[in-house]
Design a protein around this ligand. Structure first.
Ligand code: C5J
Length: 222
């Protein structure tokens, strides 16, 4: 099934569901709920909670057409061997990566805070990629798995727009994927950073990729 999003920015985006994956970046409790990594950095996590309904609607629509769904989590091993000291020691957060917080150890794989929020929980057959970096392709086998699955197009959602979503979309673009970001399916703790990111990704004739709203996509997918 080939779909065309006529109103996408900066020009129409065409994709074939069989060769496209929906990539939901880091919708984990660490970023979205109080007491996690996002809040320890001093952020207002309610900014990110606001997109859950739009992400859930896209996820339901994508599942209904049988497309591949990929969830990522920013996650480190319990012994922190995959967390560079530069990442752990930077800044002055209330709690650092690996410290014990209200939802278990901050940003550690398997801890309660590292789980995808219940409204967007993965189901059988969906991929869950734990990534130690901001980008989903760094130190993971995502590219190899996508190649094996014949995926050429990626539709991105998740948090935060200017950090893990943008990094992942840029990594994907450099690997040859045709990428689109869902405008209302992504959020930042800083609305001005989200706006700037959407503008810079799509500028210069889709230099990194396209953007569109969930409504535009869901209308075509019906
Ligand atoms: C951050 C992310 N912001 N998922 N991670 O540290 O964007």
């Amino acid at each position: 099934m080939t779909l065309k999003i006529e109103q996408a920015t900066p020009y129409p985006y065409s994709f074939d569901v069989e060769h496209t994956a929906l990539v939901i970046i880091d919708m984990q409790r660490d970023f979205v709920e109080p007491g996690g990594f996002g809040e320890t950095l001093g952020n207002d996590v309610t900014m990110l909670q606001a997109i859950i309904p739009a992400v859930a609607a896209m996820l339901a629509g994508w599942r209904a057409v049988g497309g591949l769904v990929i969830h990522t989590r920013e996650a480190h091993a319990a012994d922190l061997h995959d967390c560079p000291p530069a990442k752990r020691l930077r800044g002055a957060p209330a709690l650092r990566i690996g410290d014990e917080g209200p939802m278990g150890r901050i940003l550690i794989a398997g801890e309660p805070g590292n789980q995808i929020v219940p409204a967007l929980a993965p189901v059988d057959g969906e991929w869950v990629i734990d990534k130690p970096g901001k980008g989903a392709f760094y130190a993971t086998r995502l590219h190899e798995r996508l190649q094996d699955a014949g995926i050429t197009h990626l539709v991105f959602m998740g948090v935060t727009t200017e950090v893990c979503v943008q990094t992942s979309m840029r990594e994907a673009n450099d690997r040859g994927y045709e990428c689109l970001i869902v405008e209302d399916g992504t959020a930042s703790y800083f609305p001005e950073f989200k706006a700037a990111t959407l503008a810079m990704l799509t500028a210069q004739g889709a230099i990194v990729g396209w953007s569109a709203t969930s409504e535009m996509l869901l209308k075509e997918m019906q």
